[in-house]
Design a protein around this ligand. Structure first.
Ligand SMILES: *[C@@H]1O[C@H](CO)[C@@H](O)[C@H](O)[C@H]1NC(C)=O
Ligand SMILES: *[C@@H]1O[C@H](CO)[C@@H](O)[C@H](O)[C@H]1NC(C)=O
Ligand SMILES: *[C@@H]1O[C@H](CO)[C@@H](O)[C@H](O)[C@H]1NC(C)=O
Ligand SMILES: *[C@@H]1O[C@H](CO)[C@@H](O)[C@H](O)[C@H]1NC(C)=O
Ligand SMILES: *[C@@H]1O[C@H](CO)[C@@H](O)[C@H](O)[C@H]1NC(C)=O
Ligand SMILES: *[C@@H]1O[C@H](CO)[C@@H](O)[C@H](O)[C@H]1NC(C)=O
Ligand SMILES: *[C@@H]1O[C@H](CO)[C@@H](O)[C@H](O)[C@H]1NC(C)=O
Length: 913
């Protein structure tokens, strides 16, 4: 940023390329050289013909190209005829060829040429004439053999950038006359200029040069007035010029009164700064000096005196022994002081930073002491830094006691410090109230130390503005419920690898006060037990790192009290890492409600069969990592929702089961998705079945899955048939009688065998024909005949048989004359052979012919249905419920029995009614 144009573009990449090519040639590895193109690549008006071993400029390119790259070829000469086809060229890159002669007419055929790169050719001193190239703005003739006897740049009125480095020039005087009026950048670096003469820059008299690159120029003498012609200079680069402090001092004297703003003095092997080195710069507007990479050991008091406007001082990579009270005197505007690896003191007796060393830097905002030998920090080390906002002490060896007390930063009480970096400073402990003075602190780095303590909370007293706290990689930090009581504005809290051997199994959770927290890192702590309420109140949490712990138990369904849903309080999570926790299951609601989650990482666990729908709330998921688990199948029931918006899926190294049910859907999805699935061809390997073992899942023959569709239909059909048959058989076995019974009724009805309708109107002589065993005659006489007097008439075989008729005829006749047939069912009846043989058969015939209502069963005993069907071929189920009447054992219920019997008798016969 500070040297915008100082470093020519070629210097940024080409040195590496040169090295690479040199390496390739010496080792003989031809593969290192960029592959040769077959033809030029023309795109958007730019033709790239580089690296083609061309001897000539190609003639068949499109005529309206504005840019042509013929670098890295074997072109010896640019003839103007060859460029004639491309009159609109604005840029021409012919670097890295063997061009020794330029055609005078080249610029005549290229009237619009603005940029010309001729770096690394063999242009020789005599023949060069660019005077026709009036529009040239940018010219690079670095690494040629120019000696500049003539006036090659005469006429280049518009030239702004000229790189003529590495041409073995002996003088900076490129011309005798003031030609190049517009020049802003002049690169004279890597030339052999020893003496800078008073008139050398005469040719720049009328231009206003801004940047002069004098890197690696072995100046020994600077004549007085040598910079007076380029007083407009803003940036002077002297990197790598080993000129020593006296010549530097002389050069600075010559810059006195100029417009110089930035001085780059890197890698100049400067060993010390004296109180007169920069005196010449006191009446300039110099705002930055870069002294990095020198060997400064001593900085004399008053070295920077007078540099009132200096804002940035970089002295990194030096070996300064001590910063004294007066070292920085005069730097009242300094805002940035970079002392990275700048202090190198091995003497403990000799503090490398004296008390009040920074007292003159009242405007300093950024102080970087990274990796410097800071030594003991006392109560006055940082006194006077009243504007300091950013203090970087990382990787320093701070103090022998390795403790931050309430005095360590007391000297910063008056500064608005916002950021303090104490990373890797071998800290062991933080005392109570250590940061009380840093009330404006927003960012505190304490990571990579050896802190071993229980955080009671008062360590962070006064840090009410703190937003970022980095505590990861410490020895053993134990948290309590009040640890973060004083830092309620925390947004980022990093505790990875610092809580090992401690526990978070406490109520209330230490994080409860942190309602603004957005990022929480608890990874690498090997913790096992947490409460469900650990993250309660963290409604703003977006990023949660829990990887490398031991939380598997929390999500087990076998866990006592059920799975612990520790994510239920953090609905706004965007990124969640749960890798390497030993999880073998995810409970149904484990990831519920995480609608905004875009990144989920569950790799290196033991997950195998995932429950359907566990990812169903993850509509926003963009990145899913499940590699190194035990997943065998990828089914749509689990994965359809999370993969809908997915951009990256990483699921390799799982023991996939290569069968149609397990991965066919996955393969179909892979085939059609735009998401990136790295290594899908190599790392997704089948484990089962044997025929696919150790083969890529992409080799799975999905055709076989499509083929099974007809077989599937067949399978369903045949299994349904078998099932139906079984059901039918069972029904027939156990309910066959019912079917048969209704069948008979139906058949007799439809074929008109019955004349029930007609009989309905017919008047009967008896209400019921009573069938009973001989032994039950007494019961009939006592219990049933009394009913005759009132409402009905029974037909009893013994009493009412027609005299003279045979017994059989009489039975048939009597039955015909009765409306109903009444069985008095007892064991006696069932055992009576006569009863079974004829009476019952005939009765049954009547039942089927008429209707089931014509039979009444009076059960005197508890008879099993099975026995009933075996002997009477009747079942209770064949009759209406009211036609089955039980004889009650209790005397008082006899009237009710009579009532039931009368109801059964009074019913109409027609069963369909
Ligand atoms: C130009 O001609 C060369 C052969 O002379 C051929 O290889 C190349 O493809 C041509 N390029 C274009 C852009 O037509
Ligand atoms: C510079 O230092 C020398 C001794 O090294 C001293 O004599 C001289 O007075 C100092 N000059 C200033 C301006 O401090
Ligand atoms: C400070 O110097 C170091 C080493 O040169 C460099 O890496 C770092 O970027 C510098 N820091 C700033 C803020 O310029
Ligand atoms: C610093 O802490 C000590 C006890 O460790 C206490 O006596 C002293 O008052 C504290 N100083 C300040 C300025 O808070
Ligand atoms: C802290 O910042 C506030 C504004 O955020 C400012 O008013 C206050 O002066 C600062 N404190 C110090 C010690 O500079
Ligand atoms: C998710 O993000 C949207 C906006 O990106 C926000 O409105 C919503 O509150 C967030 N949280 C949930 C749970 O949807
Ligand atoms: C993937 O797509 C190709 C071509 O579109 C097709 O031939 C192949 O069968 C498809 N594979 C699967 C698993 O759908």
């Amino acid at each position: 940023k500070m040297w915008p144009e100082a470093i020519p573009p070629h210097a940024r990449h080409f040195p590496h390329l040169q090295w690479l090519i040199a390496f390739c040639f010496t080792i003989g590895l031809t593969e290192c050289i960029p592959p040769k193109k077959e033809s030029c690549v023309v795109r958007n008006g730019h033709a790239d013909c580089s690296h083609m071993s061309l001897n000539e400029i190609p003639q068949n390119l499109s005529h309206n190209i504005s840019s042509l790259d013929i670098s890295h070829n074997r072109i010896v000469r640019i003839a103007h005829q060859c460029l004639k086809p491309y009159p609109e060229l604005v840029r021409l890159d012919a670097s890295f060829n063997s061009i020794s002669k330029l055609d005078e007419k080249m610029c005549q055929v290229l009237p619009f040429l603005q940029t010309l790169n001729l770096e690394k050719n063999q242009l020789d001193p005599k023949t060069q004439d660019l005077s026709q190239c009036r529009n040239l703005v940018w010219l690079n003739v670095a690494s040629n053999r120019l000696k500049l006897q003539q006036e090659p740049f005469a006429g280049l009125q518009n030239l702004k950038y000229l790189d003529i480095s590495n041409n073995n020039l002996k003088s900076a005087a490129l011309s005798m006359k003031p030609h190049v009026l517009s020049l802003k950048y002049l690169g004279l670096n890597h030339n052999n200029i020893n003496i800078l003469k008073t008139d050398d820059f005469n040719f720049l008299k009328q231009s206003s040069l801004l940047v002069l690159n004098f890197s690696s120029v072995p100046l020994t003498t600077v004549e007085p007035g040598s910079f007076k012609n380029i007083a407009s200079l803003r940036t002077l680069v002297l990197d790598g010029s080993k000129i020593g402090t006296p010549v530097l001092s002389k050069l600075c004297m010559e810059l006195s009164g100029s417009n110089i703003e930035a001085l780059s003095l890197k890698n100049m092997e400067l060993a010390s700064l004296a109180n007169n080195t920069f005196t010449g710069l006191t009446n300039t507007n110099l705002s930055s000096i870069d002294l990095s990479g020198n060997e400064l050991t001593k900085i004399e008091i008053g070295s920077f005196l007078g540099l009132h406007k200096l804002q940035s001082l970089i002295m990194s990579e030096n070996k300064i022994k001590q910063l004294k009270q007066g070292t920085f005197e005069g730097l009242q505007s300094l805002k940035m002081l970079n002392l990275t690896r700048a202090l190198d003191s091995k003497l403990a007796s000799h503090p490398s930073i004296e008390n009040f060393a920074f007292q003159h830097l009242g405007a300093l905002e950024t102080l970087i002491l990274q990796s410097s030998a800071v030594g003991e920090i006392t109560q006055h080390t940082f006194s006077g830094l009243t504007s300091l906002q950013d203090l970087d002490l990382s990787w320093t060896k701070m103090s022998s006691s390795k403790v931050i007390t309430n005095l360590t930063f007391a000297s910063l009480a008056a500064s608005p410090l916002g950021k303090l970096n104490l990373k890797a400073t071998a800290l062991r402990q933080i005392h109570l109230g250590a940061f009380t003075f840093l009330t404006n602190l927003t960012e505190l780095h304490l990571e990579s130390n050896y802190i071993t303590q229980t955080l009671a909370g008062d360590e962070f007293e006064g840090l009410g503005q703190l937003e970022e706290l980095y505590l990861f990689k410490n020895d053993k930090i134990t948290l309590t419920s009040s640890s973060f009581f004083h830092v309620p504005n925390l947004k980022i809290l990093m505790l990875g690898k610092s809580l090992i051997g401690t526990t978070l199994d406490m109520e209330p959770s230490p994080f409860k006060p942190l309602s603004k927290l957005t990022i929480l890192d608890l990874s690498n702590n090997n913790m096992a037990n947490i409460q469900e309420t650990l993250l309660e109140g963290l409604v703003n949490l977006k990023v949660l790192y829990l990887q490398h712990n031991n939380f598997a138990r929390l999500w087990k369904s076998a866990n006592v009290g059920g799975p612990v849903m520790f994510l239920k309080f953090t609905p706004n999570l965007v990124k969640l890492e749960l890798d390497s926790n030993g999880f073998d299951e995810i409970p149904e609601n484990g990831l519920k409600g995480l609608f905004n989650l875009t990144q989920l990482s569950l790799s290196s666990n033991l997950l195998n069969s995932l429950k359907d729908g566990i990812f169903d709330d993850l509509h926003s998921l963009q990145e899913l990592k499940l590699q190194k688990n035990m997943i065998t199948s990828v089914t749509p029931q689990v994965f359809r929702t999370p993969v809908t918006n997915l951009k990256v899926l990483i699921m390799d190294k799982n023991p996939f089961d290569c069968t149609c049910e397990s991965i066919f859907w996955f393969l179909t999805w892979l085939n059609s998705t735009n998401a990136s699935v790295p290594d899908r061809g190599q790392e997704y390997i089948c484990n089962t079945p044997l025929s696919y073992f150790n083969k890529s899942i992409m080799k799975f023959d999905t055709f076989s899955c499509k083929d099974t569709t007809p077989f599937q239909a067949l399978y369903i059909l045949s299994s349904t048939t078998v099932l139906l048959l079984m059901v039918t058989a069972l029904v027939v076995r156990f309910q066959g009688w019912r079917i048969q019974f209704y069948c008979n009724i139906l058949i007799s009805r439809t074929l008109g065998l019955s004349d029930a309708k007609a009989e309905e109107g017919r008047s009967f002589e008896f209400d019921a024909y009573v069938i009973h065993a001989e032994q039950d005659a007494g019961w009939v006489e006592r219990r049933m005949l009394p009913l005759e007097k009132q409402q009905c008439r029974f037909c009893l075989e013994d009493r009412d048989s027609v005299p003279g008729m045979s017994q059989l005829e009489s039975i048939v006749d009597n039955m015909r004359r009765s409306r109903k047939i009444l069985f008095v069912v007892t064991d006696n009846l069932l055992n009576d052979p006569q009863c079974r043989r004829f009476t019952v058969h005939h009765a049954l015939h009547q039942v089927i012919e008429d209707s089931r209502d014509s039979v009444i069963l009076v059960l005197l005993e508890d008879i099993h249905d099975y026995k009933l069907s075996r002997t009477l071929f009747l079942r209770r189920g064949m009759l209406r419920p009211c036609c089955v009447v039980d004889w009650p054992p209790q005397r008082e219920r006899v009237p009710a029995f009579h009532q039931n019997l009368l109801i059964a008798l009074g019913k109409t016969n027609h069963w369909l009614q």
